[in-house]
Write a protein that binds this ligand. Structure first.
Ligand code: G3I
Ligand code: 9MR
Ligand code: ZN
Length: 556
């Protein structure tokens, strides 16, 4: 029988009269309804607060800890969601803004898990997502401030062979990349770039600069003193076993040859580091700028050649078929650091040749770093046409993302074509793009930033929070050697899983995810590295978004 307005009101009143007493639950909720998708951490009071529902039309109530229904409404019309293959309705409880612990309930007795409404709902997660980097530190024993269940002694000490030579360099330092113990300059520099960009935007999270500096100090050791070129990575020849803790990985470490993209990314973040430390630590800042200049010198005198693994090395490649985006980013950051006309000329020449691309803050396509850098540059230095192009490409990209979100029943900016390896970074990359556009007043609507965050924290068809240790149903089995080797049957907290990957790129995914809708192509299994690994440069965009959200005024 179709709901009429009057019938609906009767049902709602009956439901509210009955609902409250039955929600005086002290024990953990037993009737959690998986059809209700929510941010399992919660919501900020003044933000849009929408839950998704895959069932039939229904009234709903927002119920407080004492079981009292404090807000009510009715689900919206169902809209098909191509990401999940479900028809989604929405429970809109945005009108309620009082801080507290709540859950959503529907007349059938189903309910959501508890969640929080509070201004600081993401504060603990912000610090934990940054602390993931501390857990990834190489060369030091895990600190007393970390969870003792994951204690390890200092790892990867001694010398690493430089491939193809008889030379060596110190193996320790920097962050282990991900679920493996390799250290890779390209993603490591990108991760530092995310942190320093957040700092540039006024997100002064305690410990953020210290963490970035730990990686920068290792990056400095990866530069060849003679040529200024930067070695691509420092890894074992092949990946160690999944049950090997960092301090028990005694395989020989090998430094892979210098690469164009490693050198350019290295130079860009060294130039950023000069700007950020020039008043607080001038000697470190000068060291970074000198290294950036040497990297620039190498880039200017070498053609782009894509990096491929050298013989005998089978660890992560981070290959890239295009190097001009990295070279442009380096020129932009050198201009910001030095104000020298030569770099303004280089930027204009590159932009006139192949334009600016508001593509991503990712490890392969770095165009958004250049767009953001151009917009932040001194207007007296940057060519007006370059700045205008940066505004234009970013406006177009942000407008496209907003249109996608507006049309999406999930409220996110995601499309079915976004679900590749590391899709959860894409979720955050889109948020970073919107935040950048908002910073330069190119857009005003930033609600999809929060919707993308809500997706990561539970409002998704898997019903999981993709951050370990956070939410009522967090990812539990990431592809992460330190967590597995610890043998405590839980992972280190605060790590973002790579997320659904419709390309089915590991054997478990190939065996069990065929035919799944893109946002369901996920396995919470430590063997599924193409859907469930973690990585420092997937966590740093999470730090960026949370840190910017957590700025004193709370505005984006
Ligand atoms: O974006 C394209 C898409 O347009 C195309 O349709 C699709 C077809 O397969 O490919 C997509 O590119 C994928 C790319 O990730 C997206 O970022 C590639 O297939 C995929 O192979 C590539 O995977 C990379 C993976 O290493 C394998 O090389 C991931 O980006 C990268 O994050 C991951 O990095 C690993 C390190 O090698 C080792 N340490 C762990 C780390 C995280 O898993
Ligand atoms: O653990 C490795 C992970 O960090 C990489 O992202 C992934 C893809 O390169 O490879 C993982 O290592 C697996 C290897 O590729 C195949 N044999 C099993 C290894 C552990 O799962
Ligand atoms: Zn190590």
């Amino acid at each position: 029988m179709p709901y009429t307005a009057g019938l609906r009101r009767v049902v709602l009143l009956c439901f509210l009269a009955v609902a409250a007493p039955s929600f005086c639950q002290s024990e953990a909720p037993v009737n959690v309804d998986p059809r209700i998708w929510i941010d399992q951490l919660g919501y900020r009071p003044q933000d849009l607060k929408l839950a998704r529902f895959t069932g039939q039309e229904t009234p709903f109530a927002l119920v407080n800890e004492s079981g009292k229904a404090v807000f009510s409404g009715t689900s919206t019309v169902a809209v098909f969601d191509p990401l999940s293959g479900e028809s989604l309705r929405t429970f809109d409880f945005s009108g309620f803004t009082q801080a507290g612990v709540y859950h959503l309930a529907i007349p059938t007795g189903g309910r959501s898990p508890d969640f929080i409404i509070a201004d600081d709902v993401y504060q603990k997660l912000t610090l934990a997502s940054l602390q993931m980097l501390t857990y990834q530190r190489c060369g030091t024993e895990s600190g007393s401030n970390l969870d003792s269940d994951f204690y390890h002694a200092a790892c990867h000490l001694g010398k690493a062979e430089i491939w193809g030579t008889s030379k060596t360099l110190k193996a320790e330092g920097g962050w282990h990349d991900a679920g493996d113990y390799g250290k890779y300059v390209v993603p490591g520099a990108i991760a530092v770039g995310h942190l320093l960009f957040a700092w540039d935007l006024g997100a002064k999270v305690p410990g953020l600069l210290e963490e970035a500096r730990f990686e920068l100090e290792w990056l400095l050791r990866m530069q060849d003193a003679g040529s200024g070129g930067v070695y691509h990575k420092l890894t074992s020849r092949s990946f160690p076993g999944m049950d090997v803790s960092p301090d028990y990985d005694l395989t020989t470490m090998v430094v892979s040859p210098i690469s164009y993209t490693a050198t350019a990314d290295f130079g860009a973040v060294m130039a950023m580091a000069f700007r950020i430390w020039k008043t607080t630590d001038p000697s470190f800042a000068k060291k970074c700028l000198a290294a950036a200049r040497k990297a620039q010198g190498w880039i200017s005198s070498h053609p782009f050649i894509p990096f491929t693994n050298p013989a005998g090395i089978t660890t992560g490649e981070y290959g890239d078929s295009v190097g001009r985006d990295e070279a442009l980013w380096l020129s932009v950051e050198m201009l910001r650091a030095t104000g020298e006309k030569a770099f303004a000329t280089a930027v204009k020449k590159a932009v006139d040749s192949f334009g600016l691309r508001a593509d991503s803050f990712g490890w392969a396509d770095t165009g958004m770093f250049s767009v953001a850098g151009v917009l932040a540059s001194d207007e007296r230095l940057i060519d007006a046409s370059v700045r205008q192009q940066a505004e234009s490409v970013l406006s177009a990209r942000a407008g496209q993302l907003l249109s996608i979100a507006k049309a999406s029943p999930s409220g996110t900016m995601l499309r079915a074509s976004d679900f590749h390896w590391g899709s959860n970074m894409t979720v955050l990359d889109q948020a970073m793009i919107l935040i950048t556009a908002s910073k330069w007043k190119l857009i005003s609507d930033v609600a999809p930033v929060l919707e993308n965050l809500h997706y990561l924290l539970g409002s998704n068809p898997m019903g999981v929070s993709y951050v370990t240790g956070f939410g009522s149903n967090p990812v539990k089995n990431p592809h992460h050697r330190p967590s597995i080797a610890a043998g405590v049957f839980r992972p280190i907290a605060g790590m973002l899983s790579g997320g659904p990957n419709a390309d089915l790129q590991d054997s478990l995914a190939k065996n069990s995810l065929v035919g799944q809708p893109p946002a369901k192509a996920f396995l919470d299994d430590s063997g599924s590295y193409s859907t469930n690994e973690v990585a420092v440069y997937w966590n740093t965009p999470l730090v960026f978004v949370l840190a910017v959200l957590g700025r004193p005024d709370g505005r984006l």
